[in-house]
Design a binder for this molecule. Structure first.
Ligand code: MTE
Length: 299
């Protein structure tokens, strides 16, 4: 079943791309306009009108290719994405270095229209194509005792100007708790708008965790490790005071240097103005994952 959730795209016939989305009945995430509107807070700001492919591929964070928003689009053509393999190791039944096609063989590609909220307080709405992370984990067989999933990005120093300049400690690494990784909202994305993932967005495969700040959605993945230890994460290593392991979108917990209460939606038109940021980025069904945790402490 590629389409699990209701289509709530009410403005989906504005552009040709959006009309295409409407035809394909791309999903509006697990809560749509109606639910948000009834809840009152977010209101019609969040009609989930997708950003254009141009916006999604020209305003990026991919520090391996530089720190400017247009650096990835300018420099990521140098990323070599074929052949591509992913090393799966740690507490799994079937460890190994898998050719990407082999790892994904037999798993269904789904279409997910998700909000995407960067910790820098900008946001987009992105129509991903991807495979549920749970499908991949079930395929490789998670062993009992595994509690976390660690991810690693490729390093191609000769092709990556940001790596040459050491703007961050590479390889970029990220991690999720196992229950977060297994949540049906968590996908490994291979495309946007039914086109192969652009290099600057993390070709050929990147993580997407829509209720967390965008930096959790690690790009161009070559390593997946199942572990019983909380794995290190790049931004936490760079600045532990500002970036925690969980990094759930939370409008009530400000970044030490700016407010997280609102966000700037990239793109023009009706939705250009600043809008309220939603708890869990508007995916309240993940709240049960954090029962008993104080999310002002576990940031
Ligand atoms: N993954 C890698 N390997 N390197 C990065 O610099 N930046 C992160 C995340 N994944 C980053 C990364 C940040 S801060 C964000 S907001 C998103 O990628 C941006 O994704 P996008 O460019 O596709 O919008």
């Amino acid at each position: 079943m590629a389409y699990r959730w209701t289509n709530n795209l009410t403005k989906a016939d504005i552009t040709p791309k959006a009309a295409y989305l409407n035809r394909r009945q791309i999903l509006a995430g697990t809560i749509g306009l109606g639910a948000i509107g009834l809840a009152g807070g977010a209101s019609a700001q969040d009609a989930l009108e997708p950003n254009t492919l141009e916006e999604i591929t020209s305003y990026n964070n991919f520090y391996e290719f530089g720190t400017g928003k247009s650096d990835p689009a300018d420099n990521a053509h140098k990323l070599v994405t074929s052949p591509w393999s992913i090393k799966v190791d740690g507490m799994v039944d079937n460890p190994g270095t898998y050719a990407l096609d082999d790892l994904l063989a037999g798993l269904s590609v789904e279409d997910r229209l998700y909000r995407f909220r960067c910790v820098e307080a900008w946001s987009m709405v992105i129509p991903w194509n991807g495979i549920e992370m749970a499908d991949i984990l079930n395929k490789v067989g998670v062993q009992s005792g595994a509690k976390y999933v660690a991810f690693e990005t490729v390093v191609q120093p000769e092709n990556m100007i940001g790596v040459q300049r050491r703007v961050l400690d590479f390889p970029y690494v990220e991690g999720l708790r196992l229950d977060e990784a297994m949540h049906p909202l968590t996908i490994m994305a291979t495309g946007i708008y039914d086109e192969p993932m652009a290099n600057q967005n993390g070709a050929p495969i990147r993580l997407v965790v829509p209720w967390k700040y965008g930096f959790k959605s690690i790009k161009s993945i070559v390593g997946i490790t199942l572990t019983d230890q909380e794995p290190p994460t790049s931004w936490n290593k760079a600045n532990a005071r500002e970036y925690g392991f969980y990094s759930n979108v939370n409008p009530t917990v400000d970044h030490p240097r700016w407010s997280q209460a609102s966000e700037r939606r990239i793109g023009g038109g009706l939705f250009a103005s600043r809008q309220d940021t939603l708890m869990f980025n508007g995916y309240p069904e993940v709240a049960s994952l954090y029962e008993g945790q104080d999310l002002t402490v576990d940031i």
